[in-house]
Design a protein around this ligand. Structure first.
Ligand SMILES: [Zn+2]
Length: 232
C-alpha cells in the first residue's frame, strides 16, 4: 500500500494563524484534529480493501521543526507528503489554494486542489508555487521529499467568517475528499499506466468534483485524452 505522510502545520508552541468563529482554533489545533480524522478514514478504507486506500502516518513539527518532521516521514518510507495549514489575510480574502514546488508535485497538487474545492465549495484560487503565493514562504517545507510529491494545502482562510463556517461544517467531507483523492492519485502514480496519472487532472469535471472514483479494471482498454486536444 502506498504511504502518505500528513505533516501538521506549525507547532503547539507556535501554532500559526487563528481562525475566527465558528472554528476559533489555531492552525495547529484544527489541523491536528483534521489529520486524525483523515488517518481514521484511510485506515477504514484500508480495512475494507478499498483499491485506492493509502497508509497514513501523522508527523508533527514539534520535535526538530520542519526538517525533523520530514526526516521522519522519509524514514517511514512516505511516497508523498501533504502538509496541513489554513490561510490568513484580510477578512475579505477567500478560497482554496494548494502549494507545490517541484515538477513531480504539480499533478498531486492539482488533484488535491480539485478535491478540496469540491468538498468546501469555496473559490478556486488554484495551485501555486510558494513564490507566487507568498514570496517564498513554504519553499523549505516543500523541498524535503526529493523526487516524491510534496504539497501544502490551504483549504480556506481562517480570517474569513464565511470560509470558516464552510470548513467547520464540512470538515469531515474535507478530510475524506483529500485522503481519497490522494490515495487514488498515488496508487495510479506508482502502480498504474502513466497515462492514468496524466489524465487525472482533466478527469475532474467543470466544478472540480471528481468525475469518477472507480478504478478501471486492468484488462479494460480505454481511450485517454492527454492534456490539450491531442488525440491518442
Ligand atoms: Zn500555516
Amino acid at each position: 500500500m502506498k504511504k502518505l505522510a500528513l505533516v501538521v502545520g506549525h507547532t503547539r508552541a507556535r501554532p500559526g494563524a487563528f481562525a475566527v468563529a465558528p472554528i476559533g482554533q489555531s492552525e495547529n489545533t484544527w489541523n491536528t484534529d483534521l489529520a486524525t480524522t483523515m488517518k481514521a478514514i484511510a485506515d477504514t478504507d484500508a480495512d475494507a480493501g478499498h483499491p485506492g486506500a493509502v497508509s497514513v502516518s501523522i508527523f508533527t513539527r514539534d520535535d526538530g521543526g520542519v526538517v525533523g518532521a520530514y526526516r521522519r516521514a522519509r524514514q517511514w518510507g512516505a511516497d508523498a507528503a501533504l502538509e496541513l495549514h489554513f490561510n490568513a489575510a484580510m477578512p475579505a480574502a477567500t478560497g482554496t489554494e494548494t502549494l507545490y514546488l517541484t515538477p513531480a508535485s504539480q499533478g498531486f497538487a492539482a488533484v488535491i486542489q480539485a478535491a478540496t474545492v469540491a468538498a468546501l465549495g469555496l473559490r478556486d484560487r488554484g495551485i501555486k508555487t510558494p513564490h507566487a503565493a507568498s514570496g517564498g514562504r513554504g519553499a523549505a517545507n516543500l523541498s524535503q521529499m526529493g523526487a516524491r510529491p510534496s504539497i501544502l494545502t490551504e483549504p480556506f482562510f481562517g480570517s474569513n467568517p464565511g470560509d470558516c463556517a464552510a470548513a467547520h461544517t464540512r470538515k469531515r467531507r474535507l478530510a475524506a475528499a483529500q485522503i481519497r483523492a490522494a490515495g487514488h492519485y498515488l496508487n495510479a502514480l506508482y502502480d498504474g499506466d502513466p497515462d492514468d496519472v496524466a489524465t487525472l487532472p482533466v478527469a475532474l469535471n467543470g466544478r472540480g468534483a471528481p468525475a469518477r472514483w472507480t478504478i478501471h479494471p486492468p484488462d479494460a482498454p480505454r481511450r485517454v485524452r492527454a492534456f490539450g486536444a491531442r488525440k491518442p
